[in-house]
Design a protein around this ligand. Structure first.
Ligand SMILES: [Zn+2]
Length: 593
């Protein structure tokens, strides 16, 4: 069904002052991807500065969000135009000699969906304040009112307090920044759980089963209480975008935005991936929105904000997402162990795990490089932070005789370090000490400040588990490179450090055209490599800078099947108790033969 908007029937909101700082967002021409924004600041300042943020929360990268701003102008309360100057890329200074109330007007171009800052089209607008709303740093703590003028059929949703159909208020600019607005034509589902109000708002068509999604989210949210025993919100909004090609998600104060390609809500594997994302973002409502490390606690929107602890903010969130899904029965134990096995295998395969610590990775998030270099030289705060969380959880459980684990540590962070009181590494070590009576300085130095050092066989054995290859798995020849099909050529996209390909001098970008003198293509590569055994040498012909080059590749060895996590055959009582204390569910019963 095609949904049309009557632009003639715009809902125009009045703009009388309701708070200290008042915004009006005019979305009367959404098809042009543009908003007209009016910001009224109270009287009192002769030279106010107004700024656009340089990054948006949850994405630790500078984004130059002022680049979409045009038609900037300022008038005072008597309607007199005021002089202004564009000071630097994100700041404007205004000459207001009579110190009267001023109204700043500008337009913002908003046609970017995947970064989740600002997107406006003829069916909706997604407005993250960092991408649209200027602020006066001197008035950042003052209360805010936001009114929208939108096409008649549109409905507006946000985590902010509602004052009208398209009118919202926030205590200050930080709340506004962490309360994105979804307005447009969408589906709405509402539910109540543990006395809290939830909304699920879906924009875009796709293969989702919305009532099931709402039911499953309701099942998920209660499991959070196994960890935190308290909520930092009264209402929460799950915003979902079913898109053409954007995917990703961002956490906010009491809402999240989840984007997926429109036909990736089914089958089960895809739906489970959606649930993992939803659980991840929901965990963030505590871990990073309610308690946050020093350095990122009070955001500086104009520059990079540094901490060594982003691995807790992201990796531990990934760690708890699966536990919540398991405990709420939205994920089976089999799916849980598949996820864990995949993560451990990826960790072990990644050369960067021996180069960078999670503390360094946290600090360097702002300059993180993707691709081949990262695989060989970096870890990331999500996947490696997950591993560090797992290792710390097991240590806490062992040290406390199963009385406290990582959930209890996060419960204490929530109790002792609610914002605006941030936490630092010493605070985390202190809580670990409170819970176990043991000192964590040395462990921290060896696993957090230095590259993580975990024996997964020993670790999993504590919970009666083992990390093994399936019985049917065989040894096959390994190269250590990954490739893509580029114009019909085997083009190397990754060469693992110290692998056979690395030793042979193969490079990312090399185009392999023959193995042992016979032509090879992307479709025949796997079959051709399967002709050789580990330990054999093959001649590889490739183009590099258009010149034909030959290399000798001494093939290594790998397994043809993926490793998995299994329960040990005869678990001890101690292993079963550890398992229960770790995951909050019973050790799986042995299958009767
Ligand atoms: Zn996250």
């Amino acid at each position: 069904m095609k949904k049309t908007i009557s632009l003639a029937a715009l809902v125009l909101a009045s703009n009388s002052a309701l708070a200290s700082v008042n915004y009006h967002i005019d979305l009367s021409s959404p098809e042009h991807h543009s908003a007209k924004i009016t910001m009224t600041l109270p009287a009192g300042s002769a030279n106010p500065n107004v700024m656009m943020p340089g990054w948006r929360t949850g994405k630790y990268k500078m984004l130059d969000l002022a680049n979409g701003v045009r038609e900037f102008s300022v008038v005072n309360s008597k309607g007199k135009s005021l002089d202004w100057q564009h000071l630097d890329k994100s700041s404007w200074t205004i000459n207001n000699p009579t110190k009267e109330e001023i109204t700043v007007t500008y337009t913002v171009y908003a046609n970017e969906l995947g970064v989740r800052t600002r997107h406006i089209d003829d069916s909706h607008a997604y407005l993250d304040a960092t991408g649209l709303f200027m602020y006066d740093p001197a008035r950042r703590e003052e209360d805010i009112s936001v009114k929208l003028s939108v096409p008649q059929a549109w409905r507006s949703y946000t985590g902010m307090e509602r004052k009208g159909a398209h009118h919202f208020v926030a205590d200050n600019y930080d709340v506004l920044v962490d309360s994105p607005i979804e307005t447009g034509i969408s589906e709405l589902f509402e539910f109540k759980q543990d006395g809290k109000d939830y909304q699920l708002v879906i924009w875009g068509e796709g293969n989702y089963d919305a009532p099931k999604m709402a039911k499953d989210l309701q099942q998920l949210v209660s499991a959070s209480q196994n960890i935190w025993q308290g909520y930092p919100f009264e209402k929460y909004v799950f915003m979902v975008h079913a898109t053409t090609d954007s995917r990703g998600a961002t956490e906010h104060l009491n809402s999240t935005i989840i984007q997926r390609k429109r036909f990736t809500f089914a089958p089960r594997k895809e739906y489970l991936s959606f649930l993992k994302t939803a659980a991840h973002e929901f965990v963030h409502t505590w871990n990073v929105k309610a308690y946050r490390p020093e350095g990122v606690a009070k955001y500086d929107y104009q520059k990079e904000n540094y901490t060594d602890l982003l691995w807790i903010s992201e990796g531990s969130t990934s760690y708890f997402q699966s536990q919540l899904l398991l405990q709420s029965k939205l994920m089976t134990q089999k799916e849980f162990f598949e996820d864990l096995a995949k993560r451990i295998a990826a960790h072990l395969k990644k050369p960067g795990r021996k180069v960078q610590s999670v503390a360094q990775s946290s600090h360097e998030s702002w300059i993180a490089m993707p691709g081949d270099f990262a695989t060989n030289n970096s870890v990331n705060i999500y996947s490696e932070g997950f591993m560090a969380s797992l290792a710390l959880d097991f240590k806490l459980l062992s040290d406390s005789n199963l009385k406290a684990g990582y959930s209890e540590l996060h419960r204490e962070l929530f109790k002792q370090h609610r914002l605006p009181k941030p936490f630092n590494a010493q605070d985390v070590k202190n809580i670990a000490h409170q819970l176990t009576g043991k000192d964590y300085a040395q462990w921290w130095q060896k696993n957090i400040d230095a590259p993580l050092n975990v024996d997964f066989d020993l670790l999993l054995a504590k919970a009666g588990l083992e990390f093994v290859y399936p019985e049917k798995s065989k040894n096959i020849a390994a190269t250590g490179f990954s490739s893509v099909d580029r114009a019909g050529l085997v083009t190397l996209s990754r060469v693992l450090a110290h692998s056979p390909a690395w030793q042979a001098g193969l490079n990312i970008g090399d185009q392999i055209v023959a193995i042992n003198g016979l032509k090879v293509s992307p479709s025949s590569l796997k079959v051709r490599l399967a002709q050789y055994k580990a330990g054999e040498s093959v001649k590889v012909s490739l183009f590099r800078r258009d010149r034909l080059v030959e290399k000798t590749l001494l093939l290594g060895q790998e397994q043809d099947k993926k490793p998995l996590i299994k329960t040990v055959k005869q678990p001890t009582k101690a292993q079963q108790a550890f398992f229960k204390a770790w995951l909050g569910v019973d050790f799986p019963k042995a299958k009767k033969k």
